[in-house]
Every structure is written in C-alpha cells, then in structure tokens.
Design a protein around this ligand. Structure first.
Ligand code: ZN
Length: 299
C-alpha cells in the first residue's frame, strides 16, 4: 500500500472509531449526581458513586456541585434536559425557585430520581420533593410531614398517620439482612429474597406523604440494635407524573459503597428510574443471607 493509501485507510478507521464511540455514548443513560452539601461525607462518596455507575457500562455520569452551606446557592443551575436520571447525594439548602420548578417539570415529564441515603433527609419544606421521595427523615420532620410507613410481622404495609414521634432515626451500625418485598419488580427481580447487607445505618421511623409508595425492600430493625421492632422500608418507589422516583436509604459512607449489594442496588435503581426497565444482570458475587460481600472498585 502506498503511504497515501495508508493515510486514507487510517483516517477512515479513525472516523469509524469516533462514530462507533459516539453512537455508544448516545445509547447510554445520562446520569447526573448532585452534591455539594450534606451532613455526610459527599466528597468521599461522590467519586465512589461515579465509579459504581460508570462500571455498570450503561451510564454516562456527570456531577453538579452546589456552593457550600452558607454560601449563595441561588446561582446554582442545572440543565435537566441533558439527563435521564438525577442521583441526589445532597442534603442542604433549598435551590432557587426556578431550578426547583425545572426539577419538578423534569420528573413530571418522565425523568428519574434516585435519592441516595441522606437524599431523603433533604428539603423538609419542599412539598413536591417529599411527594417524590415518599418517606423522609430528620430535618425537623414531624407528624405534619406525614405518617410512618412500615411492614408488620406478616409483611403487610402499615401506614400510621396518628402516631406522633420521631422522624428519622437509626441505631448503631450493624450488618443487617435485607428482605425483598417486591420480587417481580425489575429492580429486585432475580435477587435472593433475603441477603446480607454490610454494616450500615438502618434508617427507621421515616415519615412523609407516603403516597403511592411501593416498598421494594425492608430490614427488620432489631430492638437489640436500638431498632423500632418494625420491618423498615429501605428501598421504595413512587411514581410522580410520568417520572419514576426511587428512595434508597442504604450506604452511609464510602465503606458501605464497596458492598456488592449496595453497588448492584444503586445501579439497578438508577437504570429503572431512568428507563422503567432493568437490563443489568445480577452478578455472581451478590451476597446470600449469611455474609456481606465486598468488591474492590479500583480493580
Ligand atoms: Zn448516614
């Protein structure tokens, strides 16, 4: 081959490669993590979340970081039209009204929300956000925020609008088992009905509007671990307009984000919130009932 032909061939191949890679990027789910304020270590968890979502192979991941607490958040803006799903690693100041309206419009028109751990501690006074997360905790929430929702010993959903009491609580961290309550839901399909989560906070006494909630997974809050003696929701979904919202309360810090069940559930929750479907397979290293399993995300 002449050198000119070689150059033409190389250029052709390069063009082909660029076309192929941009096509696959176009096919991916566009995911945005929002962080910047949190009573949790978002600076440690966001980079791990990025790895978790990128390693699934089906997401493109961006991060939007607000100004720090006490600084002017009003200029924080996001173009939600560029995304299919928003992951909330945020528990901080209210956004500007235009951005909050844009976020509600994004969900109403079919966008996805994944509230990660303390994401459901945020925005106590933002009515629409609380409808989306279904149940929240802390942040001054009380009986006026909505009822408790838990499962009784027979697995029946109890919604208790009468009882007064705390909103948001957890005992010491322990490695609790998680019970699948909606085994046919795309997020849970194929998972063992009970699996061992890592040492983590077990959120309990969450309260909120609790409208249209589907509980996907619970954990029994053992009284010996300062628990409520209830099956407490850990993962739930709420439809909002055409949008799909998932509240996943697991994963206190980076350590918990190396637990295989945390990783897999976050990936599956995000895919479902974005598309209403889950194509990700359950990996062979998913934990059974007895022991948590960890994965080195740097490998
Ligand atoms: Zn926590």
């Amino acid at each position: 081959m002449t050198s000119k032909l070689c150059k033409i061939a190389a250029l052709f191949l390069l063009t082909l490669c660029v076309a192929v890679s941009s096509a696959s990027a176009q096919d991916k789910i566009r995911l945005l993590i929002i962080d910047g304020q949190n009573n949790h270590n978002w600076k440690a968890t966001t980079p791990v979340l990025v790895k978790i979502f990128e390693s699934a192979g089906i997401f493109t991941v961006d991060v939007a970081t607000t100004p720090e607490s006490g600084q002017d958040v009003s200029k924080f803006n996001v173009d939600f039209s560029k995304y299919d799903v928003v992951v909330m690693n945020y528990n901080g100041d209210r956004w500007n009204p235009e951005l909050e309206k844009a976020f509600v419009d994004f969900i109403v028109n079919g966008g996805g929300l994944l509230s990660y751990h303390a994401g459901n501690n945020a925005f106590t006074s933002w009515h629409a956000y609380n409808e989306m997360i279904g149940l929240g905790g802390w942040g001054g929430r009380n009986k006026d925020s909505g009822p408790y929702l838990y499962l009784d010993s027979e697995g029946k959903v109890v919604i208790d609008p009468v009882q007064d009491g705390p909103s948001g609580d957890h005992g010491p961290q322990w490695a609790f088992p998680i019970d699948v309550r909606a085994p046919e839901h795309p997020i849970m399909k194929g998972l063992p009905l009970r699996f061992r989560h890592c040492k983590d906070e077990l959120y309990q006494y969450q309260r909120g509007p609790a409208h249209n909630v589907t509980v996907l997974a619970t954990a029994f809050a053992e009284p010996s671990q300062r628990g409520s003696n209830r099956n407490e929701p850990q993962i739930l979904t709420v439809p909002y307009g055409k949008g799909r919202c998932v509240t996943n309360m697991l994963g206190h810090d980076a350590e918990q984000l190396s637990s295989v069940d945390t990783i897999v559930l976050l990936q599956r929750c995000a895919e479902w919130a974005a598309t209403g479907n889950v194509t990700l397979e359950v990996p062979a290293d998913f934990p059974g009932e007895d022991e948590p399993v960890f994965r080195d995300l740097n490998k």
